[in-house]
Design a protein around this ligand. Structure first.
Ligand code: AMP
Ligand code: MG
Length: 357
């Protein structure tokens, strides 16, 4: 998302005079990010969105290593964001921070920074639910008011809608999330990390080695999904393939196709059930080109509007925290620095949000 872009807020907020600068901090998992926005006349302009990602040399995310990465880069990321925005800390009106869900040690880095800025410079502090932030930034940039929400990331896979000022989860993974499935599989067969190269996931690179398909466990229960049987079966076949690139390509292609089609099935069912006319795809896996094409196809088929968040805002970022922090602030949801607590298992549907339908 290039800076200086402005968007009209698609949700109802109290009318406010003057302008507000919001500084948002993201540190829930692999990304340390700072986003800075300016709010005026129901419009939000992006002043900065700077991130640094922890990339494990091997294995998955080690919470203590990731949090150490965040500590190491925080100074540089904050400085770059302020300089891009052309402001100093004293120009900030509100400080927002993602308090969960996420990894405890990582969450505490962002929380400590936000508490410090709030306490030292006397700025109002706003806690933000990271999952809500993924959705709100998608609604803002995609200009959507009442979409069927599909949130697919490393830590979440769920379908939700707004009802009675809450997000209601219609379906979700019963075990591992979609991003986790793709990451674990590619790691276990030795082609990742890095998980993303040139915007492509390792599963996509491997899937190009074959266009053949092997049936794999497909587990959809109502609107819920389960990916662990698929992972186990695909790993077994991949191990039998040894180093044969074509055979491996066939498993990658089949795993991706099966997992994405499972998701599309529950999306179609939820669309029929709710009668929604918009689909919003958010979260890191929303960057996937093959998945986006499938969503474009079903949106065309059902005649509904579809918006897939672009890669710069699909994955974790500080911009989404700043924007959701703004919404919270406009409804007076501030806390004292000493009252700010991180919640590793914060759920999407836990709280009422006054700006929701
Ligand atoms: P998030 O936690 O929202 O930042 O999302 C991170 C997850 O998104 C990880 O599991 C990544 O592997 C996944 N991801 C990022 N880019 C892509 C892509 N192009 N295709 C598939 N998965 C992706
Ligand atoms: Mg995320």
């Amino acid at each position: 998302m290039s800076t200086k872009m402005c968007f009209e807020i698609p949700v109802l907020v109290p009318s406010t005079k003057g302008s507000l600068v919001v500084f948002g901090v993201e540190s829930t998992s692999h990304t340390f990010g700072v986003g800075i926005i300016e709010f005026q006349n129901n419009n939000v302009c992006v002043l900065a969105n700077v991130s640094s990602q922890y990339k494990p040399e091997r294995g998955g995310i080690h919470p203590s290593e990731a949090s150490q990465h965040h500590v190491n880069v925080s100074n540089e990321v904050v400085k770059r964001a302020l300089s891009e925005a052309g402001i100093s800390i004293s120009d900030i009106d509100v400080v927002a921070v993602a308090v969960g869900p996420g990894l405890g040690p990582c969450l505490r880095v962002g929380a400590t920074l936000a508490r410090f800025i709030s306490a030292y410079w006397g700025k109002p502090l706003v806690p933000v639910n990271h999952a809500v932030a993924h959705i709100e930034i998608g609604k803002l940039v995609g200009n959507m008011r009442d979409p069927l929400i599909v949130y697919v990331s490393g830590g979440n896979t769920l379908i939700a809608v707004q009802k009675d000022k809450r997000y209601r989860v219609l379906g979700e993974t019963l075990d591992i999330p979609l991003g986790n499935l793709l990451d674990t599989f590619t790691r276990e067969i030795g082609i990742a990390p890095p998980y993303i190269v040139g915007g492509k996931h390792a599963i996509d690179i491997c899937a190009e080695w074959s266009s053949e398909f092997t049936p794999l466990p497909y587990t959809v229960k109502g609107s819920d999904l389960s990916f662990s049987g698929l992972l186990t079966a695909a790993l077994r076949i991949a191990r039998e393939a040894g180093g044969d690139k074509t055979k491996l390509g066939r498993v990658c292609n089949s795993l991706r196709e099966t997992a994405f089609n499972m998701l599309i099935e529950v999306v179609e069912r939820s669309l029929m059930l709710t009668g929604k006319r918009e689909i919003l795809l958010v979260g890191g896996v929303a960057s996937n080109t093959v998945l986006r094409e499938k969503f474009e196809t079903i949106a065309r088929f059902y005649g509904v509007r579809y918006y897939g968040t672009p890669p710069e805002i699909a994955g974790d970022n500080g911009l989404m925290i700043a924007y959701t922090g703004l919404l919270q602030y406009l409804y007076g949801r501030i806390v004292k620095p000493e009252e700010l607590v991180v919640k590793q298992r914060l759920r999407l549907d836990e709280e009422v949000y006054p700006w929701l339908l």
